[in-house]
Each structure stands twice: as C-alpha cells, then as structure tokens.
Design a protein around this ligand. Structure first.
Ligand SMILES: NC(=O)c1ccc[n+]([C@@H]2O[C@H](COP(=O)([O-])OP(=O)(O)OC[C@H]3O[C@@H](n4cnc5c(N)ncnc54)[C@H](O)[C@@H]3O)[C@@H](O)[C@H]2O)c1
Length: 446
C-alpha cells in the first residue's frame, strides 16, 4: 500500500513522517525544491520537536522518501493526502490555489484507483467540488474518491498530537472510502469519528473558532480585571476548575496568532457571509483579538508617551513557544508598530529569529540570548512564553537594562517576585507593579 503526501509543511511533513513511523511506505512531494532537497538529506526545514530524528530514522529504514516529481508522487499511490497551505485571501476567504494546483497534478498523473484525502483546512463544499473536478480530469477507467480528514495537530507538539489525537475526523459520502481511510489510521489506535463530508469540513472551522472564542473571552475578562482591580490568574483558575468550562485556553494574553486561528476565523466569517448568515459571536471574537494584539504597545505608549529612540527589546517572536512559525504572530504586529515609532529594536527567540530576519532584515538586532537582547534596553516586551524567558532570572533585568520596565503579554512572572526584583512590571489582567508615575486615571495605576 502506497501513501503519498502533497505538501511538506507543518502538517504534511508531520503526517508523512508519522505514517512512515507507523509502518507505511510514504512518499512526500512538494513544489519547493529546496525543502525536498533538505528533507531527502534528513534535514528538517521547520522546527518541530522530535521530527528530525524520526525523519532520519524512516529515511534510513527506507519507508520514507521525498520527491520533487509530481508524476512520480501520484502515479502509483493508493492514498494521497493533500496538506498544502490554504492561506487567507485579501477578503478573508480561504485561498484554494495551492489545493487546485495539487489536484490538477494528481488528476493528470494518476494511473490507478486512489483515494484523495484532503487534510488542508477548506471551506464547506470544497471536497465535493474537488471530487467533481477530478471526475473531469482522470481517465474513465480510474476510480477516484475524495475523503475529508481535517487536521487538529498543534505546532510544537505535532508528533505527540498525531500519535495521541483526541479524535480523527473522517468525512466521506462514500462509505467504503471512509472505512478505508479509517483503516489507515488503525495503527494509531485513536478514536475515529466518521461523518459526512460537509460536517467534517465544518468541524475543523467550528473547533478553531470555538478555541479562538475562549481566548478572546478570557482576554475580555482580563481587560475587565484591569478596570476593576480583580486578578485574571485567580479568575481564570476559578472558572477553569468548573469541568463544564475546563482550564485550557483560559490564559489571558496578547491575543492569538499563528497560521490557523486568524485565517480560519476569518474564512469562517466569509463562509457565513456567503450563506447570508450573521455569526455575531465570531465577528466579535475577531474584533477583540485584533484589539488585544495592540494592548501591550498601547500600554507602553500610555506610560512613556512617544517611543521614538527608545531602546526596546522584544522577547519571543514565534506565535507560541516551541515553534519557529511567525505567521500572524503578535510580535510581528508589535515590531511593525515599534519600527513606525522609530524605536531601536533588539529581539530574541530560540527558534524564530531566522523567519523574522526574512521579514524585517537589518531593521532589528537579532540577539543570541535574553541577556544580549535586553542589555541597555529602556523597555522589554514579552510576547512568547518560551522557557528561556519564563525561567529567566528577574534580577538580571535590573542588572542589564537601563531601567527595568517590562510589558509582559504572557503573564510569565509572579507579581510578588517582579515587585521584589524592583521591576516596573505591566502584565495582562493583573495590577501593574512599581509604576511610579502619575497615572491616577489609568488602568496601569497599580
Ligand atoms: N500549521 C498547523 O498547525 C495546522 C494545523 C491544522 C491544520 N492546518 C492546515 O493544514 C494546511 C497546511 O498547513 P501548514 O501549516 O502545513 O502549511 P505550510 O505553509 O507549512 O506548508 C504547505 C506546503 O505545501 C506546499 N505546496 C504548495 N502548493 C503545493 C502543491 N501544489 N503541491 C505540493 N505541495 C505544495 C508548500 O510548498 C509548503 O511546503 C492548511 O490548510 C492549514 O490551515 C495547519
């Protein structure tokens, strides 16, 4: 049985490597020749814990191969997973160009019956359209079926999530094809939910929208804490202890980012517009998040007025720890505003500096560690809760910075510790510490 994966990004590569690890013969294809060359040599182009070792192991045992030839990838495959990107169009809708191209290639070169499995996140109705499209491309003697299999892995724990998925969703209008894909997943031993195609497509968007709602909700509560004097950590803990609510995704912060929540919430909003349905909560979730992403910068403005010429360190660039992905990361928006403001900016991230350098080039100083980033700084912004940042010795801020002023978008430090280390410390939904200026009417008054 031959499995092929189209797209070797965060999802496609993890899927391919994990299926090889589970014992299948897997061929991965990508249009990015550089990626394929690196992967063929056992080098992982993305940062994902444990992936490179598993990649090497399965290259060596011969179960995994990479190709830049779409004909080779398609012609003998029994199962073809499509995991290409579906980024955001300017109007918020999902851009399906990569998917359409992949389907064209597959249709052109298929030489035997195959099941095409769409793992990319796509709007309701897409699988059906792709099926119809393929019927028009493949020769009559070849039977092709299309199955929806949305992905739920999290970057930074992709392998763990694949082997311990809460559920595997398989959407098929053809029972036999759905069962065949369910059988493929048997070695993983995880719960499988089989649905019709449209429901599977919507499960993915609804899940991401719900998680984004939880984040925006707790961020709104955090903002209310700043106005009322309550402490968001205690409030979130008290809420999360209720099993009906659950404690996950109740961490207030600088807003959600990444390659999924922002684009998927917008694509779902666009989909609801297409159906002339007004999904009110979803609109608010998106609006709250875009406001939340500005909060840290606005607080610094409130405290300092103009940031022009200030030496500013941004700690954390990735949209979350343990990944190098900076797509829609709150740090990117913050840095853009700091550049506009003509601040003098140094940054530190254990994995994402390379991606940030592609975006910002020489406008930033890329430090090797926290010490180097904060040395001589007037202000520190904490944007990603990497352990190197959360476990940093607070005394060193006072030691190395010109004045230890920290704006923490991830509530990394205990307020009492920040206070005793002499930091001016402004976090999210908690009282500001050691703010000595006259801010009588401000939420930063402490
Ligand atoms: N990243 C995540 O955490 C995550 C989680 C769940 C679902 N998803 C969804 O999975 C899909 C893939 O996301 P990603 O983050 O892996 O994307 P990515 O941008 O990291 O990777 C996409 C890959 O597809 C390749 N590609 C583009 N066109 C191609 C073609 N015609 N043939 C073969 N390869 C092609 C690109 O070169 C790239 O390597 C998206 O729809 C995304 O929404 C992502």
């Amino acid at each position: 049985m031959e499995i092929t994966i189209f797209g070797t990004g965060y999802v496609g590569l993890v899927t391919g490597v994990c299926f090889a690890e589970a014992g299948y013969n897997v061929t991965c294809f990508d249009i990015d020749e550089r990626k394929i060359t690196a992967l063929s040599q056992g080098r992982c182009p993305i940062y994902e814990p444990g992936l490179e070792e598993m990649l090497k192991r399965n290259l060596e045992n011969g179960r995994l191969q990479f190709t830049y030839d779409s004909r080779l990838a398609s012609k003998n495959a029994d199962y073809i997973f499509i995991a290409v990107g579906t980024p955001e169009n300017e109007d918020g809708s999902a851009n399906l160009e990569f998917l359409e191209d992949a389907v064209d290639q597959i249709g052109k070169y298929l030489s035997r019956d195959a099941v095409i499995i769409i793992k990319s996140t796509v709007p309701v109705g897409t699988n059906q359209r792709i099926y119809q499209k393929l019927q028009g491309i493949v020769p009559d003697n070849i039977q092709v079926k299309v199955v929806s299999n949305p992905e739920f892995l999290r970057e930074g724990s992709g392998i763990l999530d694949t082997f311990h998925a809460d559920r595997i969703v398989i959407g098929a209008d053809d029972n036999e094809a759905g069962r065949a894909v369910a059988d493929l997943y048997k070695p993983f031993g995880r719960p499988i939910l089989q649905t019709d195609v449209r429901s599977a497509e919507l499960i993915k968007y609804a899940s991401n929208a719900f998680l984004a709602t939880k984040i925006s909700f707790i961020n709104e509560v955090a903002n209310l804490c700043e106005h009322t004097g309550a402490n968001i950590e205690d409030v979130a803990k008290g809420m999360g202890m209720d099993v009906r609510i659950g404690s996950q995704f109740l961490r207030a912060g600088i807003g959600y980012g990444g390659s999924c929540f922002p684009k998927d919430t917008k694509a779902l909003e666009k989909l609801t517009e297409d159906y002339e349905y007004d999904f009110k909560i979803l609109r608010s979730v998106i609006e709250v998040n875009s406001r939340q992403k500005q909060q840290l910068f606005e607080k610094a403005r409130e405290l300092f007025g103009n940031l022009q010429g200030k030496r500013v360190a941004v700690l954390g660039l990735a949209f979350k720890p343990h990944t190098d992905d900076i797509r829609e990361a709150p740090a990117v928006e913050l840095i853009a505003r700091l550049i506009e403001e003509q601040a003098d900016i140094s940054v530190y991230d254990p994995a994402a500096s390379g991606n940030a350098a592609d975006l910002f080039g020489s406008r930033l100083y890329y430090a090797e560690n926290v010490d180097a980033a904060i040395k001589g700084a007037d202000i520190v912004f904490i944007v990603t809760e990497w352990p190197q940042i959360t476990q940093y010795d607070l005394e060193r801020f006072s030691l190395l910075m010109r004045e230890p002023v920290i704006f923490d978008g991830r509530n990394c430090y205990d307020l009492a510790n920040a206070e005793s280390a002499g930091l001016t410390y402004v976090s999210v939904g908690r009282k500001a510490v050691n703010v000595n200026r006259n801010l009588e009417n401000s939420r930063l008054r402490g």
